[in-house]
Write a protein that binds this ligand. Structure first.
Ligand code: ZN
Length: 301
């Protein structure tokens, strides 16, 4: 049983283990951010059919892991980086209601909109988005032509958790080539860099000490013509501390630290797809306004 598998099955084994090794307790304030992306209607674990992913994932196990972490950690946040829809018959049969209700029960705080959320068009979103008991953020979509949805999606939101004032905003990949035009009638795509700059400025002005981007742009994506990607974004937008990505289904085992515009680094990660992995990033506030981060994702098995 390798270490990650152990962590997944034994839940918070790491915490117990590090205590047993007599590591000095770290008293800096800590926020644990849990993340999924591209869960793609995978309510059940992959079937035991001899395939590579057999037995992995499943919303019930995800909830068990999230609950355990919330029991132990004082400050937590659970987010999703988009594409919760499409991929199994649950979506074809129920149009996304099952996915949203499952996320409600796991207790998500904030999610961004992925391209597959549009697969049943605006009418499909009108049936599903209002069911969410979590917040939707997307900074580079203008919903003013889709009147019933406009009040449901904000460019950004702020969560005050202990000493953390967390500013979260969303960005989405180009709609062109990704979403059929008849499926996003009334929703206009805005430049992600400009939109992100505006959100970061507003979040900074409100005193956020941690800026998190929920990105559905992809990391080193293979899609031709897509100009913006998570690995290029930090060089163009100042002030983002952490990008929790999606879209390219990339498993990043460690946080990728990229130099950011205006100095400092932006850390980027992504948790593959299908809910096989629950991302866990621990952020600690340091003296001054510094942030220390480490990633330790959990295998959902
Ligand atoms: Zn996507």
């Amino acid at each position: 049983m390798d270490r990650r598998r152990f962590l997944g099955t034994a839940g918070l084994g790491l915490t117990v283990l590090s205590g047993a090794l007599g590591r000095v307790a770290d008293h800096r304030p800590k926020l644990t951010i849990l993340q999924t992306n591209d869960t793609h209607s995978r309510i059940d674990p992959f079937p035991m059919d001899g395939s590579r992913n057999q037995g992995l994932g499943g919303i019930a196990r995800r909830k068990v892991l999230v609950d355990r972490i919330r029991d132990r950690e004082e400050h937590t946040l659970l987010v999703d980086s988009g594409d919760m829809f499409q991929g199994t018959p649950y979506y074809n049969l129920y149009g996304g209601e099952v996915e949203i209700e499952a996320m409600n029960r796991v207790g998500y705080d904030v999610a961004t909109v992925g391209n597959h959320e549009f697969d049943n068009g605006i009418a499909g979103l009108e049936k599903t988005m209002p069911l969410a008991r979590f917040e939707w953020v997307s900074s580079n979509l203008d919903w003013s032509g889709a009147k019933s949805l406009a009040p449901l999606v904000k460019p950004w939101t702020i969560r005050e958790i202990g000493p953390f004032k967390v500013g979260l905003f969303g960005v989405l990949c180009e709609l062109k080539g990704m979403v059929a035009s008849h499926n996003h009638v009334g929703v206009i795509y805005l430049d992600p860099v400009e939109s992100a700059r505006r959100s970061v400025a507003e979040l900074k002005a409100r005193g956020c000490n941690l800026i998190v981007c929920l990105s559905h742009m992809g990391y080193r994506t293979r899609y031709e013509g897509e100009q913006m990607r998570d690995d290029r974004f930090p060089a163009q937008v100042e002030g983002i501390d952490l990008v929790l990505g999606g879209h390219s289904h990339t498993f990043l085992d460690d946080l990728v630290a990229l130099p950011r515009k205006g100095g400092g680094v932006t850390r980027v990660t992504q948790q593959g797809w299908a809910g096989m992995r629950l991302g866990r990033v621990e952020v600690r506030l340091e003296r001054g306004d510094g942030l220390a981060m480490r990633q330790d994702p959990l295998v959902v098995a």
